[in-house]
Structure formats: C-alpha cells, structure tokens
Ligand binder design. Sequence first.
Ligand SMILES: NC(=O)c1ccc[n+]([C@@H]2O[C@H](COP(=O)([O-])OP(=O)(O)OC[C@H]3O[C@@H](n4cnc5c(N)ncnc54)[C@H](OP(=O)(O)O)[C@@H]3O)[C@@H](O)[C@H]2O)c1
Length: 337
Amino acid sequence: MSLVKILLTGATGYIGGDLLIDLLERSSEFEVYVLIRGNERSSTFEKLGAKVVVGSQDDHDFLTKTASGFDVIINIADSVNVSITKAFLLGLEQGKQQHHHKAILIQTSGSGVVLEPTAGEYATEKIWSDLDVQAFYELPLQAPHRELDIFVTEYPQDKVTTAIISPSNIYGVGRGPYNRLSFINIAHERVAIKYRKPYVVGKGDNIWSTSHIKDLSSAYISLLDGLLHGTAGHGLEGYYFVEASQVRMAEVVQKIAEVLQKKGLLEDTNLIDMPEEVLQDPAVMPAFFVEYPGLAKLALGGTSRISADRLRKIGWKPEHTDPLDAVAHEIDVLLAE
Ligand SMILES: NC(=O)c1ccc[n+]([C@@H]2O[C@H](COP(=O)([O-])OP(=O)(O)OC[C@H]3O[C@@H](n4cnc5c(N)ncnc54)[C@H](OP(=O)(O)O)[C@@H]3O)[C@@H](O)[C@H]2O)c1
C-alpha cells in the first residue's frame, strides 16, 4: 500500500508541533512533510523523521505548486486568510486530476468564532453544537475565522474533500520541537509571574471551553482517519469543534495563584481586575493581542462555549478533562524560559 503523503503547516508552532509527533508515529502509513519558512530549522525536523519544504505562506503560486504533490494538507499556520487556503485547494485539485492524489484539506479554525464579549463579568448560557449547521449561518461574516470557514465548508467536494478543526482554548505543554505553549491560560500565567499578582479580567466569571493539546492532536488524527476511510463528514457536514471541558477563568487564575504562592512567588491569592496597561504589556501578552487594542480583554474576558458533538460521533475520546491539572507544568516551563 502506498504511503499517504501529508503536508503539515505550523509545525514550528504549538498546535502543529504537537500534531507532528502523532503523525510521525504512523510512519508505516504516512509520509509527513512540514512547510516551514527559513532553512535554519530543517535539520531538527529531519532528525524527528519529517521531510521539509521551505517556503512562505505569502507566495501563493508556490503554495499551489507544492500542494499539487500531496494527498492531504493540514493547514495550521493560518486560520483566517482565505487566499492561502484557496492556493492550497487549487493545488490539491490539480494533484487529484493529474496524479490521482486523494485531495483532502483539513483547515484549522477556532471557537473564537462564537466568542461573546463578556469582559469577565458573566458567562453567556448558550453552548454551540457543531451539528447545528443552520445556527452557523446566522453568525456575522465579520466573526473571527467566519469567512474562511464558509469558503472551506462550501468548497465543491468533488474537487477537494474539506473539513475544519475548530479548537477551543487549548492548554497543556506541547510536545513539538519549538513553541510548546498556548496563549490564553499562558497569558494569565505570564502576568501573575511578572506582576506577582493574580490578575483576571473583571471578576473572571467568563467561561471558555477547553481541550488539552494532546487531545487536540488526537482530534486531528481521528478526523484524518475518518476522511481517509470515508467515515467522517466533510464539506457542509465537516466542521468539527474540539473541547473536552469548560472552565471559568477565575478558577484558572486561582489555581495559578496557588501554584505561585507555594513557590513563594506570590503572597495574596485574592483575584484582582487586570489593569489596561497589563492587558497591553508586550512582555506578557501575545503579539497579536497587543497589535489589536481591545483583543486581549475580549479573549481573556470573553465567553466561548462549544460542544464537540461531531468528533464524538466519529469516535474521538479526550483523555484530559481538567485544565487545572496542566497549570503547574506550564508555570515550570515559563519559569525556565
Ligand atoms: N492555541 C490555541 O489555543 C488556539 C485555539 C484556537 C485556534 N487556534 C489557531 O490555531 C493556529 C495555530 O495556533 P498555535 O497556537 O499553534 O500558534 P503558534 O504557536 O503561534 O504557531 C503559529 C505557526 O504558524 C506559522 N506561521 C505563521 N505565519 C506564517 C507565514 N506567513 N508563513 C508560514 N508559517 C507561518 C508559524 O511559523 P514561524 O515559527 O515561522 O513563525 C508557526 O509555526 C492559529 O491560527 C490560531 O489562531 C489556536
């Protein structure tokens, strides 16, 4: 049986790096390539057993030409840009016509698409199911990821089989070779370490659905297997939320405070409303939070509650259900930076 040729983007990042480890474990079935920018990191991936394609996601002709040589593309490096995904889809389509490749795209999105601006004061009640396709049509086009989600789910399925993995707030230390940390819980941890105070947006009463990074990787694998075997929905039936539990942000920050207090790095564990200057501090916030004023408050204080019904239907079973379990390990990694 010939190997399924897979191109993975975002492998130097948190999500892609962790998934790479699971893909490489299936070397008797998959031939795994990573698309990275810059040659400097090639040998790290080659040592792990991956093949390397070097190039930028900004060169769309290059993306199309590259994609035409693959059966499957898992795009993790970008979750909003339609033209990048379009270039991959065109290439997959050409590869199917010219070389009889399988032509499968798994695009990454995010549950930020249903994020409510609750500013840490409360949590909205609604839990979005990915089986409720009709409800998604009522979302505004301006919602994060929405334009790309529509483009991917409505793509002609006779040309390319498309599906979307939509992660919630991902936590836990990843197994990839470069970035091993996520951003929402990690931002709260960086803040508490730097300022020695348990800052939270508002009262921290907002709720995020969450999933451990290893369970997210197993979600990609379950979907990939389902698409290869024709047992997973795709196209309009191919939007997959990923969550294993829900957590109130105040609980996360309370746990962070306890861990730091035990280490003698924080005295008072009473939660404090996060000041604006902390929300805009580039030393503790991800660059894109600082770039778009208001985004940090929206993300850290917002509510996004989803249900991964479609993944559970295809047999995915998360192994980690308590996001607080990962806090101590994440803090150890941050303190060692
Ligand atoms: N982490 C979460 O909780 C979460 C939840 C929902 C959705 N998501 C979405 O999932 C995606 C990946 O998230 P992540 O946490 O893994 O992020 P990350 O750790 O920052 O990784 C981003 C990856 O994308 C690559 N990349 C970015 N721009 C690129 C470009 N122009 N050309 C080539 N590669 C490029 C980066 O490569 P370099 O190393 O070269 O910069 C890196 O490998 C993002 O779109 C994010 O919005 C994440």
